[in-house]
Write a protein that binds this ligand. Structure first.
Ligand SMILES: *Cc1c(COP(=O)(O)O)cnc(C)c1O
Length: 405
C-alpha cells in the first residue's frame, strides 16, 4: 500500500493520455460532475447527436418510408457486424442488434435448449445479474428443465467452480464475462472449453465488458452471447442490445419470437413463417432505427480509439482507484471488493463499507455519481473514453472527505 499520488501527477497523466482527445468528442453538461457510472449509462457522443439529427431531419422527414429500403433494413446486421469485429471478436454474419439484453437472452436460452433436446439442466451462478437469473428460471420452467445453481467463489465463476456440476444432463451454462458487482473477469475460452467437454453450450453475457475489455468469441468457440450497448458503448438509454450466434449453429437454431423481421422474405407476408437463413432469423419485429444509429456511432468511436488502448487506460484507472482506496479509505474502514490484479477485473472498482448506502447519497449530493449495490457496495465505474485521471482522483478525494466526516 504505497503513498497516494498527488493531483499534479493526475494532470501529468491526463496530458500524456493517448485517449485524452476523446473526452471532447462527448457532450458533457455544464455540471462539473464526477461521473462514476459509465458502466450503467455512458455519456452521449457528439457524433451521435449529429447523426440523430440527420436521421430525423433528412432520412425520416424527407425519405419517409423509402428510408427503409435506402438502408434502415440492413442496420441490425450491418451495425451487428461492425460491433462483432470491433468489440467481441466475431466474424461477419453472427451478430445482430435488437431488443434488450433481457429479450435477447430469452431468445438465446430457448435457442440453446432446442439444440440440446435430450439434456435437462441449465447451470448458472446465484451471484449472476438478476435478469439472467430470472430468465433462466423462467425458461427452465417453460421447457421443463431444471436449474442447477452454483455459488461461485468471491470473484465470479471459474472453471474449477463449474466442473463438479457439469454432467451429461447439462444443456447449457450461462456466465457473465465481467461480474456486475465486483468487475471480476471470467475466463471465456477456458470456461467455454470445459462446457464443451461436457457436451453442453456456453452462453455469455457481455454487458459489463462490451467496449471496455476485449473478448474473442470466435476464437473461444463461444456458442451464444448477448450484451448491452448503453453502458461502455455509449449508445444511450434503451439502445438495442447485441446477440451473437456462432455460425456453426445458425442453420439449426430457432428462437421463440418468430416475427416477420426474422422471416427469409420480410415482405412476402406468406401464410407461414420461413426463418431467414442468415442471422436475421434472430430478429423479431421492426428495428429501433434511432437506437441503432446510436449504437453505430458508439461502436465507431471505440473502433477509432482502439479497444487495446481503451483496455490499457481502463486498467490504469482502476489501478489508480484501488491505490487511492488503499491509501485513503482503508484506514477509514473501506475495502476493495474487486480483484487486485488489473488484468483480472473489468473497468469498475467496487468498494465495501458498512455505511455504503448513506455514503452514496452524500456522494451524489456532492456531485460524484457512483452506484450503490446491496447491501454494502459502492461501484465506481471508470469509462476510459470519458473519465480523466483528475476526475477519478477528485471523486476519490470527495469520497475520503465524506467517510472521514
Ligand atoms: C446491465 C445488465 C443487463 C441489462 O439488461 P437489460 O435487458 O438491458 O435491462 C443484463 N445483464 C447484465 C450482466 C448487465 O450488467
Amino acid at each position: 500500500m504505497g503513498e497516494a499520488p498527488d493531483r499534479d501527477e493526475m494532470l501529468r497523466l491526463d496530458k500524456a493520455d493517448p485517449l485524452r482527445e476523446f473526452r471532447d468528442r462527448f457532450a458533457i453538461g455544464p455540471d462539473p460532475l464526477t461521473y462514476f457510472d459509465g458502466n450503467s449509462l455512458g455519456r452521449p457522443p457528439k457524433a451521435t447527436l449529429e447523426r440523430l439529427r440527420t436521421v430525423l431531419e433528412e432520412e425520416w422527414a424527407d425519405r419517409l418510408i423509402r428510408a427503409w429500403t435506402d438502408g434502415w433494413m440492413n442496420l441490425p446486421t450491418e451495425v451487428g457486424d461492425r460491433l462483432g469485429a470491433t468489440v467481441i471478436g466475431a466474424a461477419p454474419g453472427q451478430t445482430v442488434l435488437a431488443d434488450s439484453t433481457s429479450v435477447n437472452l430469452f431468445k438465446v436460452l430457448h435457442a440453446a435448449a432446442t439444440l440440446r433436446p435430450d439434456r435437462s439442466e441449465i447451470v448458472i451462478d446465484d451471484a449472476n445479474f438478476p435478469t439472467d437469473r430470472y430468465l433462466v428460471s423462467a425458461v427452465a420452467e417453460q421447457r421443463g428443465l431444471t436449474v442447477r445453481w452454483i455459488t461461485p467463489p468471491d470473484f465470479g465463476v471459474t472453471a474449477e467452480s463449474l466442473e463438479p456440476v457439469l454432467s451429461p444432463d447439462t444443456a447449457m451454462v450461462v456466465v457473465c464475462h465481467a461480474d456486475y458487482r465486483t468487475a471480476a473477469l471470467a475466463d471465456v475460452a477456458g470456461i467455454t472449453g470445459l462446457v464443451h467437454d461436457a457436451g453442453a453450450l456456453a452462453v455469455w453475457d457481455l454487458c459489463h465488458s462490451a467496449g471496455v475489455a476485449p473478448v474473442e468469441l470466435d476464437a473461444a468457440r463461444a456458442d451464444f452471447a448477448v450484451g448491452c450497448t448503453y453502458k461502455y458503448l455509449n449508445a444511450g438509454p434503451g439502445a438495442p442490445a447485441f446477440l451473437y450466434v456462432a455460425a456453426r449453429h445458425l442453420a439449426s437454431v430457432r428462437q421463440p419470437i418468430e416475427g416477420w423481421f426474422g422471416a427469409e422474405d420480410v415482405f412476402a407476408m406468406g401464410p407461414t413463417y420461413e426463418p431467414a437463413t442468415s442471422m436475421r432469423r434472430m430478429l423479431s419485429g421492426t428495428p429501433n432505427v434511432l437506437g441503432l444509429v446510436a449504437v453505430d456511432e458508439g461502436v465507431r468511436l471505440v473502433a477509432e480509439a482502439g479497444l487495446d488502448r481503451i483496455r490499457a487506460k481502463g486498467m490504469a484507472l482502476t489501478s489508480l482507484v484501488t491505490d487511492l482506496v488503499d491509501a485513503w479509505l482503508d484506514p477509514l474502514g473501506a475495502r476493495i471488493a474487486s480483484p487486485r490484479e488489473p488484468e483480472a477485473r473489468g473497468s469498475h472498482v467496487t468498494v465495501r463499507h458498512p455505511e455504503a448506502r448513506a455514503i452514496t447519497d452524500r456522494l451524489i449530493a456532492s456531485g460524484v455519481i457512483p452506484d450503490f449495490r446491496n447491501p454494502d457496495l459502492i461501484r465506481l465505474g471508470l469509462s476510459p473514453l470519458t473519465t480523466s485521471y483528475a476526475e477519478a482522483w477528485d471523486g476519490l478525494h470527495t469520497l475520503r472527505g465524506i467517510i472521514a466526516a
